[in-house]
Design a protein around this ligand. Structure first.
Ligand code: ADP
Ligand code: MG
Length: 348
């Protein structure tokens, strides 16, 4: 798709760099008073408005982080923004601005970048963030996207990875493993398509997990929900690499251990049925799948009543002393070392 073979597509050369930047960004509006200057000068200018600023950046490379044979460019634009906003929300901050830098080879026509920016624009609108700058350059092969997100929070509201304490409850938002399984389904369909391009896949049984892979939503609602509930997490991280990996980060930085319970992991029915179909263990998928962009956080046990019964939040275990290590309690009530449970075995 979007190979620059079709005559009716517009080559990037015909616009020139400045024409291209203007064309792609002219429909973005500025929503925040903290954005003093957006696109158009040597720097954007941001007011902290008496708060602390948080900054995060991610680099996405075609063939490594995304595959354009099943990732529509509009979704790619949207997801690239989500990946960054998720990190901002994981600090318990609110996202305000992004910059977007792209490098593209001449195989991409203008129409491809318009699609990409349509996804970026939808994300900006839905999540109330301003596009305030970026950079545009050519690449010899493929597409690269680098997005930086800036957020703000009151100093006392910011949550780091290092504040978890023994007895704290471990909580996850939403459900786990969907994005990974969605990718498995898409990869399978790609193989089928390569063998028989006339095959029309029936993906009805996988709509939720495919959406989790192609159109993830960052949990903007969670910092607000926690504030409304009167809960400040002791530690928080977003689940981009898989639950297990994120537990390691929190426990390493907080100098603690943890105990999580297999039978508590929140799994969508589609995750369970697709795991059965692919003959993969759903616990492995929850622990190692990645790309779910949910939040993982710890709260004092005394706050349990405040979150109890909330459909967005699931308690999956608790923090322990560092000497006790990181443990998974299986359905058979056995303690397994989280690392030995194949933390790395999923990924090459
Ligand atoms: P400079 O020469 O200082 O690097 P550019 O000519 O690259 O500036 O960019 C001009 C303006 O357009 C700047 O405000 C920059 O942040 C913005 N910009 C450049 N590329 C993009 C992009 N891909 N998306 C959004 N804004 C961009
Ligand atoms: Mg530049």
């Amino acid at each position: 798709m979007f190979e620059n073979k079709e005559q009716n597509k517009t080559s990037l050369k015909s616009l020139g760099e400045f024409g291209l930047i203007d064309h792609l960004t002219k429909h973005f509006d500025i929503k925040h008073s903290s954005t003093l200057k957006g696109i158009g000068d040597d720097c954007a200018v941001i007011s902290a408005e008496g708060k602390e600023l948080v900054v995060t950046t991610d680099l996405l490379i075609e063939g490594v982080h995304f595959d354009l044979s099943y990732m529509p460019l509009k979704h790619l634009g949207y997801k690239s923004v989500m990946v960054n906003l998720s990190d901002v929300y994981a600090m318990n901050a609110d996202a305000k601005q992004i910059t977007v830098s792209i490098a593209v080879s001449n195989r991409f026509p203008l129409e491809a970048l318009e699609e990409l920016y349509a996804g970026i624009q939808l994300a900006c609108k839905t999540y109330n963030v301003d596009l305030i700058g970026g950079d545009t350059t050519s690449s010899t092969k493929g597409m690269l996207i680098s997005i930086t997100a800036i957020g703000s929070a009151k100093k006392e509201d910011i949550v780091y990875r290092n504040g978890a304490k023994p007895t704290d409850l471990i909580v996850v938002t939403g459900d786990l493993g969907g994005a990974y399984l969605g990718l498995q389904v898409l990869e399978r369909e790609k193989q089928v398509f390569q063998v028989n391009p006339n095959n029309q896949p029936d993906l009805d049984a996988y709509t939720y997990i495919i959406e989790r892979q192609l159109k993830p939503e960052a949990r903007k609602d969670i910092p607000k929900l926690l504030k409304d509930l009167g809960v400040k997490p002791t530690a928080m991280i977003d689940i981009s690499d898989g639950l297990s990996s994120e537990l390691f980060h929190i426990c390493n930085q907080s100098k603690t251990g943890c105990k999580v319970y297999e039978n508590k992991f929140p799994l969508d029915p589609q995750v369970i049925s697709t795991c059965e179909e692919f003959d993969i263990d759903s616990t492995m998928v929850a622990l190692s799948g990645g790309e779910d962009y949910e939040l993982l956080f710890t709260i004092p046990i005394s706050d349990f009543d405040k979150i109890k019964g909330n459909p967005n939040l699931t308690v999956i275990g608790h923090i322990t002393e560092q000497s006790q290590g990181l443990k998974l309690v299986t359905r058979a009530d056995e303690d397994i070392d989280l690392k030995a449970q194949g933390w790395n075995s999923f990924k090459e």
